[in-house]
Ligand binder design. Structure first.
Ligand SMILES: *Cc1c(COP(=O)(O)O)cnc(C)c1O
Length: 432
Protein backbone atom coordinates (compact mmCIF):
# COMPACT_ATOMS: atom_id res chain seq x y z
CA UNK A 1 0.00 0.00 0.00
CA UNK A 2 1.14 3.49 -0.73
CA UNK A 3 1.40 6.23 1.86
CA UNK A 4 -0.21 8.67 -0.51
CA UNK A 5 -3.88 9.39 0.00
CA UNK A 6 -6.05 7.33 -2.30
CA UNK A 7 -7.84 10.34 -3.71
CA UNK A 8 -7.55 14.07 -3.50
CA UNK A 9 -10.69 14.17 -1.43
CA UNK A 10 -8.92 12.34 1.38
CA UNK A 11 -6.02 14.70 1.86
CA UNK A 12 -8.17 17.10 3.87
CA UNK A 13 -7.90 16.99 7.61
CA UNK A 14 -10.86 18.53 9.37
CA UNK A 15 -10.66 21.27 11.98
CA UNK A 16 -10.38 18.72 14.72
CA UNK A 17 -7.49 16.88 13.10
CA UNK A 18 -9.64 13.99 11.83
CA UNK A 19 -8.44 12.72 8.50
CA UNK A 20 -11.85 12.58 6.89
CA UNK A 21 -13.24 13.24 3.46
CA UNK A 22 -15.03 16.57 3.16
CA UNK A 23 -18.76 16.98 3.38
CA UNK A 24 -21.13 19.80 2.56
CA UNK A 25 -22.66 19.21 5.95
CA UNK A 26 -20.00 18.16 8.44
CA UNK A 27 -21.14 16.69 11.70
CA UNK A 28 -17.75 16.20 13.27
CA UNK A 29 -16.93 18.52 16.15
CA UNK A 30 -15.47 21.88 15.18
CA UNK A 31 -12.21 23.07 16.63
CA UNK A 32 -12.27 24.05 20.26
CA UNK A 33 -15.90 23.33 20.95
CA UNK A 34 -16.67 21.39 24.07
CA UNK A 35 -17.46 17.71 23.75
CA UNK A 36 -20.81 16.71 25.05
CA UNK A 37 -21.96 13.42 26.51
CA UNK A 38 -22.59 10.70 23.95
CA UNK A 39 -26.38 11.05 24.12
CA UNK A 40 -25.95 14.69 23.10
CA UNK A 41 -23.33 14.06 20.42
CA UNK A 42 -25.63 11.44 18.86
CA UNK A 43 -28.21 14.10 18.00
CA UNK A 44 -25.91 17.08 17.59
CA UNK A 45 -24.82 17.82 14.02
CA UNK A 46 -23.44 20.86 12.30
CA UNK A 47 -24.58 21.66 8.80
CA UNK A 48 -23.08 23.71 6.08
CA UNK A 49 -25.96 22.95 3.74
CA UNK A 50 -26.79 25.67 1.24
CA UNK A 51 -30.34 25.95 2.63
CA UNK A 52 -29.43 25.21 6.24
CA UNK A 53 -31.20 21.84 6.17
CA UNK A 54 -31.17 20.45 9.70
CA UNK A 55 -31.37 16.90 8.36
CA UNK A 56 -28.77 15.97 5.75
CA UNK A 57 -30.39 15.78 2.30
CA UNK A 58 -30.28 12.55 0.31
CA UNK A 59 -27.88 13.22 -2.54
CA UNK A 60 -29.50 10.67 -4.81
CA UNK A 61 -27.02 11.19 -7.59
CA UNK A 62 -24.44 8.81 -9.05
CA UNK A 63 -22.35 11.58 -10.61
CA UNK A 64 -21.35 15.14 -9.76
CA UNK A 65 -20.53 17.86 -12.27
CA UNK A 66 -16.97 19.11 -12.16
CA UNK A 67 -15.77 22.70 -12.21
CA UNK A 68 -13.15 22.15 -14.92
CA UNK A 69 -12.03 19.61 -17.49
CA UNK A 70 -9.53 18.25 -14.97
CA UNK A 71 -12.16 17.72 -12.28
CA UNK A 72 -11.94 19.88 -9.20
CA UNK A 73 -15.17 19.02 -7.40
CA UNK A 74 -15.22 17.47 -3.93
CA UNK A 75 -17.27 14.60 -5.31
CA UNK A 76 -17.32 13.06 -8.75
CA UNK A 77 -18.85 9.57 -8.53
CA UNK A 78 -20.91 8.05 -5.72
CA UNK A 79 -18.93 4.79 -5.55
CA UNK A 80 -15.96 6.96 -4.55
CA UNK A 81 -17.83 9.38 -2.36
CA UNK A 82 -21.28 10.84 -1.75
CA UNK A 83 -22.14 13.80 0.50
CA UNK A 84 -24.88 11.95 2.40
CA UNK A 85 -22.54 9.02 3.09
CA UNK A 86 -19.68 11.32 4.09
CA UNK A 87 -21.90 13.17 6.53
CA UNK A 88 -22.85 9.85 8.12
CA UNK A 89 -19.21 8.68 8.19
CA UNK A 90 -18.06 11.83 9.96
CA UNK A 91 -20.87 11.51 12.47
CA UNK A 92 -20.00 7.85 13.09
CA UNK A 93 -16.29 8.67 13.50
CA UNK A 94 -17.26 11.11 16.24
CA UNK A 95 -19.56 8.60 17.94
CA UNK A 96 -17.08 5.72 17.69
CA UNK A 97 -14.14 7.79 19.03
CA UNK A 98 -12.37 7.16 15.75
CA UNK A 99 -10.37 9.24 13.33
CA UNK A 100 -12.19 7.75 10.42
CA UNK A 101 -15.36 5.75 9.85
CA UNK A 102 -16.50 4.12 6.62
CA UNK A 103 -20.07 3.06 5.84
CA UNK A 104 -20.80 0.00 3.70
CA UNK A 105 -23.78 -2.09 2.62
CA UNK A 106 -23.93 -4.51 5.59
CA UNK A 107 -22.06 -5.81 8.60
CA UNK A 108 -20.78 -8.74 6.54
CA UNK A 109 -19.81 -6.28 3.84
CA UNK A 110 -17.68 -4.55 6.49
CA UNK A 111 -15.94 -7.80 7.40
CA UNK A 112 -15.43 -8.57 3.72
CA UNK A 113 -13.64 -5.24 3.28
CA UNK A 114 -11.52 -5.87 6.38
CA UNK A 115 -10.55 -9.44 5.43
CA UNK A 116 -9.38 -8.20 2.02
CA UNK A 117 -6.35 -6.89 3.95
CA UNK A 118 -5.30 -10.57 4.29
CA UNK A 119 -2.95 -12.40 1.93
CA UNK A 120 -2.80 -16.16 1.26
CA UNK A 121 -0.92 -17.91 4.06
CA UNK A 122 -1.90 -15.32 6.67
CA UNK A 123 -3.29 -16.60 9.94
CA UNK A 124 -6.39 -15.37 11.73
CA UNK A 125 -7.10 -16.09 15.37
CA UNK A 126 -10.74 -15.87 16.30
CA UNK A 127 -13.41 -17.14 18.66
CA UNK A 128 -15.42 -20.35 18.76
CA UNK A 129 -18.83 -18.73 19.31
CA UNK A 130 -18.84 -16.40 16.34
CA UNK A 131 -21.72 -14.79 14.52
CA UNK A 132 -22.86 -17.36 11.94
CA UNK A 133 -22.15 -15.14 8.94
CA UNK A 134 -18.64 -14.41 10.21
CA UNK A 135 -18.03 -18.11 10.57
CA UNK A 136 -19.28 -18.69 7.02
CA UNK A 137 -17.01 -16.03 5.49
CA UNK A 138 -13.95 -17.24 7.40
CA UNK A 139 -14.65 -20.83 6.35
CA UNK A 140 -14.81 -19.71 2.74
CA UNK A 141 -11.54 -17.77 3.03
CA UNK A 142 -9.86 -20.80 4.60
CA UNK A 143 -11.09 -23.09 1.85
CA UNK A 144 -10.56 -20.88 -1.19
CA UNK A 145 -7.89 -18.36 -0.31
CA UNK A 146 -5.53 -20.28 1.92
CA UNK A 147 -6.17 -18.13 4.98
CA UNK A 148 -5.45 -20.21 8.09
CA UNK A 149 -8.19 -19.68 10.68
CA UNK A 150 -7.69 -20.76 14.29
CA UNK A 151 -10.89 -20.94 16.31
CA UNK A 152 -10.07 -20.72 19.99
CA UNK A 153 -11.98 -20.03 23.17
CA UNK A 154 -11.24 -16.30 23.27
CA UNK A 155 -12.47 -16.08 26.87
CA UNK A 156 -9.15 -17.73 27.69
CA UNK A 157 -6.65 -14.90 27.11
CA UNK A 158 -3.59 -17.16 27.47
CA UNK A 159 -4.95 -19.74 25.02
CA UNK A 160 -5.78 -17.05 22.45
CA UNK A 161 -2.43 -15.29 22.75
CA UNK A 162 -0.49 -18.58 22.67
CA UNK A 163 -1.60 -18.91 19.04
CA UNK A 164 -0.12 -15.56 17.98
CA UNK A 165 2.93 -16.00 15.75
CA UNK A 166 4.73 -13.97 13.09
CA UNK A 167 2.16 -15.34 10.63
CA UNK A 168 -0.75 -13.87 12.57
CA UNK A 169 -2.24 -11.09 10.50
CA UNK A 170 -5.48 -10.65 12.39
CA UNK A 171 -7.08 -11.34 15.75
CA UNK A 172 -10.83 -11.12 15.30
CA UNK A 173 -12.92 -10.74 18.46
CA UNK A 174 -16.58 -10.42 19.41
CA UNK A 175 -17.95 -9.60 22.86
CA UNK A 176 -20.36 -10.59 24.27
CA UNK A 177 -20.52 -13.61 22.01
CA UNK A 178 -23.87 -14.67 20.77
CA UNK A 179 -25.82 -16.73 21.77
CA UNK A 180 -23.54 -18.04 24.53
CA UNK A 181 -22.94 -14.49 25.88
CA UNK A 182 -19.29 -15.17 26.66
CA UNK A 183 -17.20 -12.11 27.48
CA UNK A 184 -13.86 -11.55 25.78
CA UNK A 185 -11.15 -9.47 27.45
CA UNK A 186 -10.32 -7.08 24.59
CA UNK A 187 -7.67 -4.93 26.35
CA UNK A 188 -5.66 -7.94 27.56
CA UNK A 189 -5.80 -9.80 24.24
CA UNK A 190 -5.01 -6.65 22.23
CA UNK A 191 -2.03 -5.82 24.42
CA UNK A 192 -0.59 -9.33 24.43
CA UNK A 193 -1.23 -9.89 20.71
CA UNK A 194 0.48 -6.62 19.78
CA UNK A 195 3.42 -7.48 22.06
CA UNK A 196 3.80 -10.89 20.40
CA UNK A 197 3.39 -9.53 16.87
CA UNK A 198 3.18 -5.75 16.41
CA UNK A 199 1.89 -6.23 12.86
CA UNK A 200 -1.14 -8.28 13.90
CA UNK A 201 -4.35 -6.28 13.52
CA UNK A 202 -6.80 -6.60 16.37
CA UNK A 203 -10.30 -6.36 14.93
CA UNK A 204 -13.41 -6.16 17.10
CA UNK A 205 -17.00 -6.76 16.02
CA UNK A 206 -18.89 -4.36 18.32
CA UNK A 207 -22.38 -5.12 16.99
CA UNK A 208 -23.65 -6.56 20.29
CA UNK A 209 -22.84 -3.45 22.31
CA UNK A 210 -22.80 -0.52 19.86
CA UNK A 211 -20.74 2.62 20.49
CA UNK A 212 -23.30 3.58 23.12
CA UNK A 213 -21.91 0.88 25.42
CA UNK A 214 -18.33 0.26 24.31
CA UNK A 215 -15.52 1.71 22.19
CA UNK A 216 -13.11 -1.08 21.18
CA UNK A 217 -10.63 1.41 19.66
CA UNK A 218 -10.12 2.82 23.17
CA UNK A 219 -9.31 -0.71 24.40
CA UNK A 220 -6.45 -1.29 21.99
CA UNK A 221 -8.24 -2.54 18.88
CA UNK A 222 -6.90 -1.41 15.50
CA UNK A 223 -10.21 -1.77 13.71
CA UNK A 224 -13.74 -1.96 14.99
CA UNK A 225 -16.79 -2.63 12.88
CA UNK A 226 -20.42 -3.27 13.41
CA UNK A 227 -23.57 -4.14 11.67
CA UNK A 228 -25.61 -0.96 11.23
CA UNK A 229 -28.57 -3.26 10.60
CA UNK A 230 -28.82 -3.76 14.37
CA UNK A 231 -28.72 -1.08 17.09
CA UNK A 232 -27.29 1.75 15.00
CA UNK A 233 -30.32 1.94 12.72
CA UNK A 234 -32.64 0.33 15.26
CA UNK A 235 -35.71 -0.36 13.14
CA UNK A 236 -34.81 -3.32 10.96
CA UNK A 237 -35.53 -1.33 7.84
CA UNK A 238 -32.03 -1.16 6.32
CA UNK A 239 -28.86 -3.21 6.04
CA UNK A 240 -25.62 -1.35 6.78
CA UNK A 241 -22.14 -1.78 8.19
CA UNK A 242 -19.70 0.70 9.71
CA UNK A 243 -15.92 0.32 10.05
CA UNK A 244 -13.83 2.63 12.26
CA UNK A 245 -10.08 3.13 12.66
CA UNK A 246 -7.65 5.62 14.14
CA UNK A 247 -4.73 4.93 11.83
CA UNK A 248 -5.00 7.11 8.70
CA UNK A 249 -3.07 4.69 6.48
CA UNK A 250 -5.29 1.79 7.51
CA UNK A 251 -8.29 4.02 6.81
CA UNK A 252 -6.98 4.71 3.30
CA UNK A 253 -6.43 0.99 2.66
CA UNK A 254 -9.99 0.18 3.71
CA UNK A 255 -11.36 3.07 1.66
CA UNK A 256 -9.40 1.70 -1.31
CA UNK A 257 -11.27 -1.63 -1.00
CA UNK A 258 -14.64 0.10 -0.72
CA UNK A 259 -13.99 2.30 -3.73
CA UNK A 260 -12.61 -0.65 -5.69
CA UNK A 261 -15.42 -3.06 -4.97
CA UNK A 262 -18.27 -0.55 -4.81
CA UNK A 263 -19.76 -1.58 -1.49
CA UNK A 264 -20.14 1.91 0.02
CA UNK A 265 -23.50 2.54 1.64
CA UNK A 266 -26.07 3.98 -0.78
CA UNK A 267 -27.26 7.59 -0.22
CA UNK A 268 -30.79 6.64 0.82
CA UNK A 269 -29.57 4.06 3.34
CA UNK A 270 -26.94 6.51 4.61
CA UNK A 271 -29.74 8.95 5.31
CA UNK A 272 -31.78 6.30 7.14
CA UNK A 273 -28.81 5.17 9.22
CA UNK A 274 -28.08 8.80 10.16
CA UNK A 275 -31.69 9.22 11.19
CA UNK A 276 -31.67 5.97 13.18
CA UNK A 277 -28.46 6.60 15.06
CA UNK A 278 -29.78 9.82 16.56
CA UNK A 279 -32.09 7.80 18.83
CA UNK A 280 -29.47 5.19 19.75
CA UNK A 281 -29.10 6.37 23.36
CA UNK A 282 -32.78 6.44 24.22
CA UNK A 283 -33.44 3.08 22.53
CA UNK A 284 -30.53 1.30 24.20
CA UNK A 285 -31.45 2.67 27.61
CA UNK A 286 -35.01 1.38 27.33
CA UNK A 287 -34.02 -1.91 25.71
CA UNK A 288 -31.51 -2.81 28.35
CA UNK A 289 -33.76 -1.83 31.23
CA UNK A 290 -36.37 -4.18 29.76
CA UNK A 291 -33.73 -6.88 29.19
CA UNK A 292 -32.57 -6.68 32.81
CA UNK A 293 -36.14 -7.12 34.10
CA UNK A 294 -36.76 -10.08 31.80
CA UNK A 295 -33.42 -11.73 32.67
CA UNK A 296 -34.28 -11.46 36.36
CA UNK A 297 -37.78 -12.83 35.70
CA UNK A 298 -36.41 -15.91 33.92
CA UNK A 299 -33.64 -16.49 36.44
CA UNK A 300 -36.19 -16.13 39.23
CA UNK A 301 -38.07 -19.06 37.69
CA UNK A 302 -35.05 -21.35 37.73
CA UNK A 303 -33.90 -21.10 34.12
CA UNK A 304 -30.21 -20.88 33.31
CA UNK A 305 -29.98 -17.34 31.93
CA UNK A 306 -26.97 -15.83 30.20
CA UNK A 307 -26.90 -12.05 30.49
CA UNK A 308 -24.03 -9.78 31.60
CA UNK A 309 -26.48 -7.69 33.61
CA UNK A 310 -26.94 -10.59 36.04
CA UNK A 311 -24.50 -10.96 38.94
CA UNK A 312 -24.63 -14.70 38.26
CA UNK A 313 -22.81 -14.18 34.96
CA UNK A 314 -19.37 -15.74 35.54
CA UNK A 315 -17.65 -12.81 33.79
CA UNK A 316 -19.79 -10.03 35.22
CA UNK A 317 -16.81 -7.95 36.43
CA UNK A 318 -14.87 -8.35 33.19
CA UNK A 319 -17.85 -7.19 31.15
CA UNK A 320 -18.41 -4.09 33.28
CA UNK A 321 -14.70 -3.24 33.14
CA UNK A 322 -15.12 -2.76 29.37
CA UNK A 323 -18.73 -1.73 28.82
CA UNK A 324 -21.15 0.93 30.01
CA UNK A 325 -24.15 -1.40 29.96
CA UNK A 326 -25.25 -4.99 29.54
CA UNK A 327 -26.98 -4.64 26.17
CA UNK A 328 -30.33 -6.14 25.29
CA UNK A 329 -29.56 -9.68 24.09
CA UNK A 330 -29.87 -12.61 26.47
CA UNK A 331 -30.30 -16.32 26.16
CA UNK A 332 -31.71 -19.09 28.32
CA UNK A 333 -31.96 -22.85 28.28
CA UNK A 334 -34.95 -25.07 28.89
CA UNK A 335 -33.30 -28.50 28.86
CA UNK A 336 -35.18 -29.74 25.80
CA UNK A 337 -35.03 -28.46 22.18
CA UNK A 338 -38.65 -29.51 21.52
CA UNK A 339 -39.82 -27.58 24.59
CA UNK A 340 -37.83 -24.55 23.43
CA UNK A 341 -39.51 -24.79 20.04
CA UNK A 342 -42.94 -24.83 21.67
CA UNK A 343 -42.08 -21.77 23.76
CA UNK A 344 -40.82 -19.82 20.77
CA UNK A 345 -43.89 -20.69 18.74
CA UNK A 346 -46.31 -19.89 21.56
CA UNK A 347 -45.20 -16.26 21.92
CA UNK A 348 -47.26 -13.61 20.15
CA UNK A 349 -45.60 -10.30 20.95
CA UNK A 350 -42.11 -11.67 20.43
CA UNK A 351 -41.44 -11.93 16.72
CA UNK A 352 -39.74 -15.13 15.61
CA UNK A 353 -36.80 -13.60 13.81
CA UNK A 354 -33.05 -13.66 13.48
CA UNK A 355 -31.15 -10.50 14.26
CA UNK A 356 -31.44 -8.03 17.14
CA UNK A 357 -31.17 -4.35 17.92
CA UNK A 358 -34.63 -3.51 16.67
CA UNK A 359 -37.31 -1.56 18.58
CA UNK A 360 -39.43 -4.73 18.49
CA UNK A 361 -38.67 -7.72 20.69
CA UNK A 362 -37.53 -10.87 18.95
CA UNK A 363 -37.19 -14.50 19.93
CA UNK A 364 -35.24 -17.22 18.18
CA UNK A 365 -33.54 -20.58 18.43
CA UNK A 366 -30.02 -19.78 17.21
CA UNK A 367 -29.12 -23.40 16.40
CA UNK A 368 -31.98 -23.54 13.92
CA UNK A 369 -31.82 -20.00 12.62
CA UNK A 370 -28.91 -17.52 12.79
CA UNK A 371 -26.34 -20.23 13.55
CA UNK A 372 -27.71 -22.94 11.29
CA UNK A 373 -24.83 -22.32 8.87
CA UNK A 374 -22.54 -23.82 11.54
CA UNK A 375 -22.90 -27.60 11.16
CA UNK A 376 -24.31 -29.67 14.02
CA UNK A 377 -20.98 -31.35 14.78
CA UNK A 378 -19.14 -28.03 15.11
CA UNK A 379 -21.99 -26.66 17.22
CA UNK A 380 -21.57 -29.64 19.52
CA UNK A 381 -17.79 -29.20 19.71
CA UNK A 382 -18.33 -25.59 20.66
CA UNK A 383 -20.80 -26.63 23.36
CA UNK A 384 -23.69 -24.76 21.86
CA UNK A 385 -26.86 -26.04 23.56
CA UNK A 386 -29.42 -27.05 20.91
CA UNK A 387 -32.22 -25.91 23.24
CA UNK A 388 -30.91 -22.39 23.71
CA UNK A 389 -33.47 -19.60 23.18
CA UNK A 390 -32.27 -16.11 22.40
CA UNK A 391 -34.24 -13.04 23.36
CA UNK A 392 -33.54 -9.68 21.75
CA UNK A 393 -35.41 -7.17 23.80
CA UNK A 394 -37.13 -4.14 22.32
CA UNK A 395 -38.70 -0.96 23.67
CA UNK A 396 -42.23 -2.27 24.36
CA UNK A 397 -43.88 -2.09 27.76
CA UNK A 398 -41.98 -4.61 29.85
CA UNK A 399 -45.11 -5.99 31.53
CA UNK A 400 -46.59 -6.87 28.16
CA UNK A 401 -43.37 -8.65 27.22
CA UNK A 402 -43.29 -10.62 30.46
CA UNK A 403 -46.98 -11.52 30.26
CA UNK A 404 -46.50 -12.87 26.75
CA UNK A 405 -43.43 -14.85 27.74
CA UNK A 406 -45.12 -16.20 30.85
CA UNK A 407 -48.13 -17.34 28.87
CA UNK A 408 -45.86 -19.03 26.29
CA UNK A 409 -43.91 -20.81 29.03
CA UNK A 410 -47.11 -22.17 30.57
CA UNK A 411 -48.63 -23.13 27.22
CA UNK A 412 -45.45 -24.97 26.21
CA UNK A 413 -45.36 -26.81 29.53
CA UNK A 414 -42.07 -25.27 30.71
CA UNK A 415 -43.59 -23.93 33.90
CA UNK A 416 -46.68 -24.84 35.85
CA UNK A 417 -49.01 -22.52 37.61
CA UNK A 418 -49.00 -22.99 41.36
CA UNK A 419 -50.57 -21.02 44.18
CA UNK A 420 -47.20 -19.36 44.76
CA UNK A 421 -46.89 -18.34 41.14
CA UNK A 422 -44.93 -19.94 38.36
CA UNK A 423 -42.60 -22.84 38.85
CA UNK A 424 -40.14 -24.26 36.33
CA UNK A 425 -40.81 -27.93 35.62
CA UNK A 426 -38.52 -30.85 36.56
CA UNK A 427 -36.97 -31.11 33.09
CA UNK A 428 -35.30 -27.80 33.57
CA UNK A 429 -31.51 -28.27 33.80
CA UNK A 430 -31.12 -25.26 36.04
CA UNK A 431 -32.99 -27.18 38.73
CA UNK A 432 -30.45 -29.99 38.72
C1 LIG B 1 -25.71 -9.17 12.26
C2 LIG B 1 -24.32 -9.30 12.66
C3 LIG B 1 -23.29 -9.23 11.71
C4 LIG B 1 -23.57 -9.06 10.24
O1 LIG B 1 -24.23 -7.88 9.93
P1 LIG B 1 -25.23 -7.78 8.66
O2 LIG B 1 -25.58 -6.35 8.67
O3 LIG B 1 -26.35 -8.72 8.92
O4 LIG B 1 -24.44 -8.19 7.48
C5 LIG B 1 -22.01 -9.36 12.16
N1 LIG B 1 -21.72 -9.56 13.46
C6 LIG B 1 -22.67 -9.65 14.39
C7 LIG B 1 -22.29 -9.87 15.82
C8 LIG B 1 -24.00 -9.53 14.02
O5 LIG B 1 -24.94 -9.65 14.94
Amino acid sequence: MTDKPVSKALSRVDQDGHNLPPSPAPSSPSNGRRRYALATELVYTETKDQHGASSIPIYQSATFKQTSASGGGEYDYTRSGNPTRTHLERHMAKIMNANRALAVGSGMGALDVITRLLSPGDEVITGDDLYGGTNRLLTYLARKQNIIVHHVDTTDVAAAVARVSDKTAMVLLETPTNPLIKIVDIPSIAKAAHAANPKALVVVDNTMLSPMLANPLDMGADITYESGTKYLSGHHDIMAGVIAVNDAKLGDELYFMINSTGCGLAPNDSFLLMRGVKTLAIRIEKQQTNAQTIAEFLEGHGFRVRYPGLKSHPQYDLHWSMARGAGAVLSFETGDPALSERIVEATRLWGISVSFGCVNSLISMPCQMSHASIDAKTRQERQMPEDIIRLCVGIEDVNDLIDDLQRALVQAGAVTLSIDGFQANEADPAQA
